[in-house]
Write a protein of this length. Structure first.
Length: 318
């Protein structure tokens, strides 16, 4: 069987991660172009990854080559224009998040799009995340959850922490914003706190704080268990409490959650950027079957996450 032919637009480090995983998934990398017409980075990228052809103009690549799928990983300023042109080729597309930082622009693009588009939210493919998702789904009663997102600034919340917003929507389904308040320091946004709910009546608290010495985390509390993703690559399941009685040296009673189980990423995630191999497999299946994986994010998923960011922090600053 002939390998499916893939073309790539973008030459950043994230595209290097994609290239390695795509090849492992059995896809053939046919050509690459930079999103910058004045760049020659595609030459080195092609040489490093044994890609036969490289183009200085991404439109020429899309117009001249014959291919089965397109990977787009470019600067946010370029992504919408490139994606809109790529959609006209009517083949499956995997595009890096966040696609856009403006919900209005993304909504307009969705009207012109097709259903064979995946957005690169690779954490949806983590074994840890999907184990937690399944555990929450089988809970008979609502849970309380707390997500902590340390970030550099407001701009990075839109472009990077949208991963975490998408993860909330993936794990808990459609979430409704109940309350939000920004932390203002020196007339600048320095963080945000918010509360969400869903149809199951789960209560979800979010704290975003700039430049805090913390790691991303999602803690979920059910009636008898605590589930903790801290960071998202490790899931710890706690059951019951161990009571440590006071002693002469430690005159304070302590309550330590008992670790029942720890779940880590799959072994393949040590070879590739976590989630990228599974994501590449899902993209390969999309090309072959024209059916999207239930794990994969769509443009509409991305739109909803951007809309949440805008509700929390306002429009992305120009």
């Amino acid at each position: 069987m002939n390998k499916k032919q893939i073309v790539l637009i973008g030459t950043s480090q994230i595209m290097q991660y994609h290239a390695s995983a795509l090849k492992e998934s059995g896809l053939n990398l046919q050509a690459v172009a930079s999103s910058n017409l004045h760049s020659s980075s595609q030459v080195k990228f092609a040489s490093r990854n044994n890609i036969p052809k490289n183009f200085s103009n991404w439109k020429e690549l899309l117009d001249q080559e014959q291919y089965d799928g397109i990977i787009i990983g470019t600067r946010i300023e370029s992504t919408l224009e490139i994606l809109e042109y790529a959609i006209k080729q009517n083949v499956p597309i995997l595009v890096e998040k966040p696609v856009s930082v403006n919900s209005k622009d993304l909504k307009n693009l969705i009207k012109k799009s097709h259903k064979l588009i995946m957005v690169g939210f690779n954490r949806r493919f983590y074994r840890t995340v999907n184990t937690l998702k399944n555990l929450i789904e089988i809970e008979n009663t609502p849970v309380i959850a707390n997500m902590v997102i340390p970030e550099f600034d407001l701009q990075n919340f839109f472009t990077n922490s949208i991963h975490s917003i998408d993860l909330l929507r993936y794990v808990f389904g459609d979430i409704k914003l109940e309350f939000a308040k920004k932390l203002i320091k020196n007339k600048m946004v320095n963080g945000v706190t918010a509360t969400f709910s869903n149809k199951k009546n789960d209560l979800i608290q979010l704290t975003g704080i700039w430049n805090a010495p913390a790691n991303v985390s999602l803690s979920v509390f059910s009636e008898k268990k605590q589930f903790e993703l801290k960071p998202y690559e490790t899931l710890k399941i706690f059951d019951d409490l161990k009571v440590i009685e006071p002693t002469a040296n430690e005159p304070i009673r302590k309550y330590a959650p008992k670790l029942m189980e720890q779940i880590d990423l799959e072994p393949i995630d040590k070879k590739f950027k976590p989630g990228f191999f599974q994501q590449s497999n899902a993209f390969s299946e999309l090309i072959k079957t024209k059916k999207k994986s239930n794990y994969a994010a769509t443009l509409t998923d991305t739109l909803h996450s951007i809309e949440i960011c805008e509700k929390l922090l306002g429009k992305f600053p120009n």
